[in-house]
Design a protein around this ligand. Structure first.
Ligand SMILES: [Zn+2]
Length: 417
């Protein structure tokens, strides 16, 4: 596998490729990408591209160059439980069995398993063309561990108290500690109240107060993932009664909205069981939905209503979720599963979900997930033999193409929230 020259911070570089996917709507043939200081400076085509191809430092890529894929939702630490649970479990059973597996480990053993899984998961993402991840973490040390892998994105600290007030203060203490971390390089810092059913109203209020003072703080929450969740939240009924204490008798969206956690940029993960009126509220809030096609299939869920979300004008990003509830950590496979489940979906829209929407959801700038001038030069080369521009995104979103080169992740001065 040829190794690409790095888009060094201080030096300019030209990269010529048979095809360049500048963004979901612009695919250029025989084009040149000019990079400087870890950013795209310009994209050349025609005569200008032919002239730049001859430059001494030009790198030739015999394939398709795109922005790195963005995995908007993962739990890399949970890779230690890969293949330990049976596909198709109900969510209540899945939670019970995962908790039993955790209890069977000594704390130091579990910490080691989690950090090994994080590193292996990050490697799997980078080796499949993903350069940004929204990673949900339980270990306070995992932000530094993720930063060391070279992946960009957001390290979300998972917060929950399962309705037990003695755990609420501890969860808020760890949230404040995560927010104090320096974030000059590597992934941004974010908070993830696990779900409205595992976070007490007091904990949600505390996280809401922290978020109110930080309008750009990335937030992620599992929401409306399965029907039993709504039954317990709203009526105190169903299998979650075995695991939880008092039902708030309120919808999950109401709980999030009441404390200010339903806002621009909030990642609402799964959103499988949303009602039509809730889609309108999510659209008005500026939040985004994360769909995880592989996890959706693993849990054998009813078809995801992607069309309704897109019609409502809600951005839909893609994620893998965890290896405890999915077969792999490969965004190429997630794209192929998405296209297979929604044959009407245009390749450009699928690509947008796996790049632009994910990058925006993780708080990047407007150019995130693209190779437009000014964007971070995190590019990936795929082995795709296409004759026409229209074939390029078709193959990228259905064919799980091999990578030509390892992806480059540059670390320019990113805007911080
Ligand atoms: Zn998840």
């Amino acid at each position: 596998m040829p190794s690409p020259a790095s888009p060094e911070r201080s030096t300019a570089q030209s990269l010529h490729a048979r095809w360049i996917v500048v963004d979901p709507d612009v695919v250029l043939q025989d084009a040149v990408l000019e990079l400087r200081a870890g950013r795209v400076v310009r994209v050349l085509r025609g005569t200008a591209a032919r002239r730049a191809r001859g430059a001494a430092r030009a790198l030739h890529v015999d394939g398709v160059v795109t922005a790195g894929l963005v995995n908007a939702h993962a739990h890399l630490e949970l890779g230690w439980a890969a293949r330990a649970l049976r596909p198709g479990l109900s969510m209540a059973r899945w939670i019970e069995q995962l908790l039993a597996l955790r209890r069977a480990q000594r704390p130091e053993q579990l910490a080691r398993l989690q950090s090994d899984a994080l590193r292996a998961g990050a490697r799997a993402l980078l080796e499949s063309g993903c350069t940004q991840v929204g990673d949900i973490q339980v270990d306070p040390g995992s932000h530094a561990a993720l930063a060391a892998t070279g992946l960009q994105g957001v390290a979300f600290l998972e917060l929950l108290d399962a309705g037990r007030t003695e755990r609420t203060a501890e969860a808020l203490r760890s949230a404040r500690a995560r927010l104090r971390l320096a974030t000059r390089a590597g992934p941004r810092v974010g908070l993830s109240p696990h779900a409205p059913y595992t976070t007490s109203p007091e904990l949600l209020r505390g996280i809401g107060a922290l978020a109110r003072r930080r309008p750009r703080l990335p937030l992620a929450v599992h929401w409306a993932e399965f029907a039993a969740e709504n039954a317990w939240l709203e009526h105190g009924r169903g299998p979650l009664k075995r695991l939880l204490t008092a039902s708030p008798r309120c919808s999950g969206l109401d709980l999030l909205e009441a404390v200010g956690l339903l806002r621009t940029g909030t990642l609402l993960v799964h959103a499988n069981e949303a009602r039509a009126a809730e889609r309108e509220r999510v659209a008005a809030s500026g939040a985004c939905v994360v769909h995880c096609p592989g996890a959706h299939r693993w849990f054998r869920r009813a078809p995801f209503d992607l069309r309704a979300w897109l019609r409502a004008g809600v951005p839909v990003a893609l994620g893998t979720d965890s290896l405890a509830g999915n077969e792999g950590l490969d965004m190429r496979r997630e794209l192929a599963l998405l296209r297979a489940s929604h044959p009407w979906l245009a390749p450009a829209q699928a690509w947008r979900s796996a790049t632009v929407e994910g990058a925006r959801a993780l708080g990047g700038d407007e150019l995130g997930g693209t190779l437009r001038p000014g964007a971070v030069a995190a590019w990936v080369g795929f082995r795709v033999a296409a004759q026409r521009a229209s074939e390029v995104l078709e193959v990228l979103t259905t064919g799980c193409p091999d990578l030509l080169d390892p992806p480059r992740v540059s670390r320019p001065r990113a805007a911080r929230g």
